[in-house]
Design a binder for this molecule. Structure first.
Ligand code: ATP
Ligand code: MG
Length: 574
């Protein structure tokens, strides 16, 4: 490819609306253009990178025996109704009607469609295990599309699904995916962590997320540098220092707290209590059901944790009028003592606590001397609080860090959720009919591209890992109209190409500075500069983008040398 023929609409300035580095650089480097909110066109450079990513994904999926499918993105409502997710997916699902009025949607994920195939076609244990995958477009009407292609409404996902006879089989399929995913991200050059995750709306038992640490991420990960424990804060737990309880009372005692509405205000109030001796009562609505969540005064509720604790899909804070109707008081005076008509979910940190202070469900009154297990009807104990940096690691003596990350992949043990709801069964060796045990595994293709930019860039632009760079090498003659330079550049270009290197020749009639700037911006890992002075000595200059180092190479050996450098850089990622 000659640069002259390549469509790379680079911009002088970062787009004004962009915050994330990957958003800025992918737009400025001429990789992507927004069509509408959360919907992007992939221009030729992005498409080259994405194809390299999908090649790696395909190779590694095929290597674990997975078989590639291609399923429709246009789905009938009926199959989503069978699993119950037509309702669960809510506003995130793009829905439409055909000319006859039949309801359809655009696929957000493909558990239902793959399960429908399995149900109709798999009959016997002899046909298991199966791993099926596709690389295909997904549609999600995300509430907040943002950060360029990191969170979009249309994106490419590699999604796979495993079908096993039993949970041992599922464990194997899950481990195969875990290993394949590690190879995929390594080969794409990403530095990543594997963390325990919530299984959320997908249902199921265990799940791991693959995370790239980055300020542009939307997930918070708690991790321990000492023992390697790592979990999404939606799932993470921590070890707390014990806190002292007061001496206790025989029964809760009501006391007046005029105008006191917050945990902090009660801390300084005469006769109040330290935050860790208070119970925070949070009223929320889970799948339409009013529910009380109890936490220690100095702890924060995690939405995902409480949804997972009760298996709810939908969470919202209760409105003040709903709260008043249910409990007879306003936020600031709420508590769970005496509450029997609503579920009360209590955080584990409240177990065994005594002498606690909480709202009395009467405006301007609190209760002290509350013994949680004696005085409150807890319907369920669960881990509800968001862990914080500096708290103890649950597995060792060290403390946890909490950092922002980008989720680039997620693997789930689904279990029987879809096979039972949709009736996907097989016969065992002894003739019993059993539901298939399933797993589901996703990788965001554009997210890998954007995460790589977040990780690898500098003030001049992107520094692609060589395996997913749009081109591996650029040959830049300082002046293409000069015959000697042109001949040398074209020879190097042709020979590198013949040697299997993904190379581009910058034959544009531009000043060398412009060509260098563009190559730096779009992030081509290696550059061979053919200039007048060096050429007279039969030399060219070899520039490495990531280290910004230059070396002189003999014209005679440049092709062999560069081919080796590229091959070694790729091999390092394996
Ligand atoms: P998130 O929590 O970021 O919304 P998710 O948990 O909904 O992700 P999955 O349903 O597990 O994601 O999808 C698998 C993968 O698809 C994710 O790990 C991510 O890489 C990618 N992905 C999901 N949603 C988006 C999106 N809106 N834009 C780009 N990629 C996405
Ligand atoms: Mg999502």
């Amino acid at each position: 490819m000659y640069w002259h023929n390549l469509f790379v609409p680079t911009l002088r300035e970062h787009p004004a609306d962009a915050e994330a580095v990957s958003h800025k650089l992918l737009v400025r480097g001429g990789f992507i253009r927004q069509l509408t909110a959360g919907v992007y066109s992939m221009l030729p450079l992005a498409q080259r990178t994405l194809l390299k990513i999908t090649d790696i994904v395909r190779e590694e999926m095929n290597a674990i025996g997975a078989q590639e499918f291609y399923l429709p993105a246009l789905n009938p409502a009926s199959v989503w109704r069978e699993s119950g997710r037509w309702d669960v997916m809510g506003d995130n699902m793009f829905r439409l009607k055909d000319r006859k009025g039949a309801e359809l949607c655009l696929g957000m994920t493909h558990e239902e469609i793959f399960t429908a195939i399995a149900r109709n076609e798999l009959r016997s244990y002899k046909q298991l295990p199966q791993i099926w995958y596709q690389i295909q477009t997904k549609f999600r009407d995300e509430p907040r599309p943002k950060s360029g292609v990191l969170r979009v409404r249309q994106f490419t996902m590699k999604d796979s699904y495993s079908f096993d006879l039993d949970t041992d089989g599922l464990d194997k399929s899950f481990d195969l995916h875990d290993a394949a995913y590690r190879r995929i991200y390594s080969r794409c050059g990403l530095r990543f962590a594997v963390v325990e995750a919530s299984s959320g709306a997908m249902g199921g038992s265990a799940s791991n997320e693959f995370m790239v640490a980055s300020e542009a991420g939307e997930d918070w990960i708690a991790s321990c540098a000492s023992c390697g424990y790592a979990a999404n804060v939606e799932k993470a737990v921590s070890r707390l220092e014990p806190v002292p309880d007061g001496s206790g009372l025989d029964a809760p005692e009501k006391f007046a707290t005029p105008g006191i509405r917050t945990i902090e205000a009660l801390v300084t109030f005469e006769g109040g209590a330290a935050a860790h001796n208070q119970i925070k009562t949070y009223v929320c609505v889970l799948d339409g059901k009013l529910t009380l969540a109890l936490l220690r005064g100095d702890h924060e509720l995690n939405e995902t944790k409480i949804k997972d604790a009760v298996g709810a899909n939908d969470f919202r804070p209760a409105q003040p009028d709903e709260i008043f109707e249910a409990l007879g008081a306003h936020p600031g005076s709420l508590g769970a003592v005496g509450v029997t008509t609503y579920p009360v979910i209590a955080d584990e940190a409240l177990r065994g606590r005594t002498s606690m202070t909480t709202g009395a469900n009467e405006n301007d009154f609190h209760l002290r001397g509350v013994n949680v297990e004696r005085d409150i009807k807890v319907t369920k104990w669960a881990s509800l609080r968001t862990v914080k940096a500096g708290e103890g690691c649950p597995r060792c003596d060290a403390t946890l860090e909490v950092n922002k990350s980008i989720e680039v992949g997620h693997i789930f043990k689904l279990g029987l959720k879809y096979s039972v709801s949709m009736g996907a069964n097989v016969l065992t060796q002894d003739g019993r009919e059993v539901p298939i045990v399933m797993g589901s595994y996703g990788i965001g293709v554009e997210r890998i591209m954007a995460a790589a930019v977040e990780l690898y860039h500098d003030a001049d632009g992107i520094c692609w890992p060589v395996s997913i760079a749009p081109f591996e090498v650029v040959v830049t003659p300082v002046n293409f109209t000069d015959e000697a330079m042109r001949t040398a550049a074209e020879t190097i270009y042709r020979e590198l190409k013949a040697a299997g290197v993904d190379v581009i020749l910058d034959n544009r009639d531009e000043r060398p500075g412009v060509k260098f700037k563009d190559a730096d911006l779009v992030g081509i890992p290696f550059r061979i500069v053919v200039g007048p002075k060096k050429l007279k000595e039969n030399k060219v200059e070899f520039f490495t983008r990531s280290t910004k180092t230059n070396e002189d190479l003999d014209l005679a050996s440049v092709v062999a040398h560069v081919r080796n450098v590229v091959a070694e850089a790729k091999a390092k990622l394996r």
